[in-house]
Design a protein around this ligand. Sequence first.
Ligand SMILES: Cc1cc2nc3c(=O)[nH]c(=O)nc-3n(C[C@H](O)[C@H](O)[C@H](O)COP(=O)(O)O)c2cc1C
Length: 189
Amino acid sequence: MQPSRIALKSGSEGIAAINTIMSVMGIDLKTLRPEPCVEGYSTPGGYSARAVHPIALAKVMQIARLIKEEFPEGRSLSAIGGVETGNDAAEFILLGADTVQVCTGVMMHGYGLVKKLCTELQDFMRMHDFSSIEDFRGASLPYFTTHTDLVQRQKEAIKQRKAIRMGLQSDKDWTGDGFVKETESMVSN
Ligand SMILES: Cc1cc2nc3c(=O)[nH]c(=O)nc-3n(C[C@H](O)[C@H](O)[C@H](O)COP(=O)(O)O)c2cc1C
């Protein structure tokens, strides 16, 4: 987070994240040579596409929060990493991205992917009745919290479910048709 903070404090108009992630793809267990192998040798290279998408989501979420909390006058955030579908793009926008970029997806599937991506993004918007990107930009950001808070919330929820369980105390309370729901209501987690 510190590189983004320093860049923004130093006057950057915005942040584009993420780039590729330095990786070694594997080792050929027959030849014992690292992969990808060029004339018997390899070098760590940039991992991209779907594999990096969850990592990119986390980074974009952190940068979006940083901008919101420390640069309230507004800076732009361009999200990159594993975008191949409209849903992938929607996820980044839900985390607060102003724009979304595609690199490997277009290399693999051609520029036609962008048209498909736009159609899928519109399908997502229709499903939620969103009429513009602004209707959902950053909408998922408020649902991130700390690990400690998650534990606390779960404890509280279990306590409440246990209290509800107290309501079904006698066999005559079973309704028959509601058996599944009533059973679920008695499970604390
Ligand atoms: C073959 C290739 C070349 C790239 N070249 C550059 C580059 O010159 N400068 C740069 O900032 N990022 C470069 N990137 C990183 C991409 O812009 C992008 O940040 C990264 O691949 C993650 O997005 P993706 O999953 O859509 O590929 C390159 C990526 C690939 C796969």
